[in-house]
Design a protein around this ligand. Structure first.
Ligand code: SAH
Ligand code: SF4
Length: 426
């Protein structure tokens, strides 16, 4: 979500004649787009701003803060960071140019309004650098109020975008050579809930018809709202990739209740089984929080039981951190930080071996890979993703970037697969 907001701002500024640099020390303007979902990101942000402050003193750089931390702090941001020139929340990113211009005149520019259904919220970033894959925002905000989560407070209530507008954008992207789209929303399954427009499975069906688009993904689904109709789309819509990100957060019904998640583990596991029945090889990833207030040893064991039972392809796991405005931050039954961290390390160790095992199980198989770019591991290797969203590194060359190739998997690691090119045409 944040990465995509960065792309949107980049697009708007490039259109207005700004140039992008990878080197902060030569930039005339530095925009720090922030996330406040977890405490760690916030701490990192403040220490980064400290470093930028000394750079500003030396070079007179124009400094701005955007994103969720800006929205969370609102006017207080100028007390915490008196040296910045502008700050705007996620609903005001269409004003980025104005913010820079005002900031450059030494007028502190602030805008934290929640612009509700403002059409600018759905700015189309188009494609840059001739990417073959891109994100498309289909809704913003969230109505769920999971008790630990700050998102509804900083990104506002749920607003869905008109289906026609989404389809038109994807058709345009396809004409420009985009082959893969990831539909973005905090809870895509409640897309258009209560509105007189098509629901999410129907949206997928229509995108599946768009000529030129070969892969469709989406994030994120809320287990409570994962409908049978959506489950049915897997294995039926040929462009819908065999991967779902379905955060469970905890394996204990008691904790899930405290988290206000609206489902129990029985329902979650049933939905996983349905997904696997529909599409045997579907890859399933999730998010999970450990150390939520009130999480006892027994609750954590249930989380581990779920992890061993489902055998996820990957899990993003976090230690709970209390967030401003949230109900959970008022709970007193805290888990000591050291214990929460111990649980996290254990969980990650178990999950790593499951992921490794699953990836090793891919050895000897052939997959279609959409090639992205030079691999992070080696300059001679190229990296791309399978339909199941696994990273594959293989010997390739630049003209494969943005294209599909057929690759044989020769080795599975914990974070990626190593492959061998079989054919330049997938
Ligand atoms: N809307 C998405 C993701 C929201 S934030 C969803 O519901 O799945 C991404 C992840 O951050 C969450 O899934 C959760 O695991 C984690 N997270 C959110 N708030 C947190 C907090 N206060 N402490 C620790 N992890 C948190
Ligand atoms: Fe946060 Fe829950 Fe909404 Fe996800 S669904 S953004 S975790 S409140």
């Amino acid at each position: 979500m944040n990465e995509h907001d960065t792309e949107k701002m980049e697009h708007l500024l490039l259109k207005d004649g700004f140039e992008r640099t990878q080197d902060v020390s030569v930039a005339d303007v530095v925009i720090v787009n922030t996330c406040c979902v977890r405490e760690k990101a916030e701490q990192k942000f403040y220490s980064f701003m400290g470093r930028l402050r000394s750079m500003k003193n030396r070079r007179g750089t124009i400094l701005g803060v955007t994103g969720c931390i800006a929205q969370m702090e609102k006017e207080h941001i100028k007390e915490r960071l008196p040296f910045i020139d502008f700050s705007i929340g996620p609903s005001s990113i269409h004003r980025i140019k104005e913010a820079i211009e005002e900031g450059a005149k030494n007028k502190l520019f602030l805008d934290f309004s929640d612009n509700g259904c403002n059409p600018y919220l759905f700015i189309k970033p188009g494609i840059m650098n001739k990417k073959a894959k891109t994100y498309v925002t289909i809704m913003k905000g969230c109505n769920n109020f999971c008790s630990y989560c700050i998102v509804p407070y900083v990104r506002g209530r749920e607003v869905s975008r008109e289906s026609e507008d989404i389809i038109k954008e994807i058709e345009d992207l396809a004409m420009q050579g985009v082959k893969e789209v990831t539909l973005l929303g905090q809870n895509v399954n409640s897309y258009n809930k209560g509105r007189d427009d098509i629901a999410f499975p129907e949206l997928l069906k229509r995108i599946n018809e768009i000529h030129g688009i070969e892969r469709i993904r989406f994030v994120t689904s809320h287990p409570r709202d994962l409908s049978f109709e959506l489950i049915d789309c897997f294995g039926t819509l040929e462009k819908l990739c065999e991967h779902i990100h379905l955060p469970f957060q905890s394996g204990s019904d008691k904790v899930l209740k405290l988290m206000n998640r609206g489902y129990g583990i029985k329902e979650y596991v049933e939905k996983i089984m349905m997904l696997r029945n529909r599409c045997e090889d579907i890859s399933i990833t999730a998010d999970c929080i450990v150390g939520f207030p009130g999480e006892e040893e027994e609750d954590f064991n249930k989380t581990m039981e779920l992890i061993r039972h489902v055998r996820f392809d990957g899990i993003f796991s976090f230690v709970y951190s209390p967030r401003k405005y949230t109900f959970a931050s008022t709970l007193s039954d805290e888990v000591p930080k050291a214990l929460a961290l111990e649980r996290l390390v254990y969980l990650q160790g178990v999950q790593k071996s499951i992921t490794l095992d699953k990836n090793r199980g891919m050895e000897g198989k052939e997959v279609d890979v959409l090639v992205e770019d030079v691999s992070k591991n080696s300059k001679e290797d190229f990296a791309g993703r399978t339909r199941t969203n696994k990273i594959v590194n293989f010997r390739g060359n630049q003209d494969m970037a943005g294209r599909f190739v057929r690759v044989g998997i020769i080795k599975g690691y914990a974070n990626s697969l190593k492959g061998e090119l079989i054919s330049k045409e997938a």
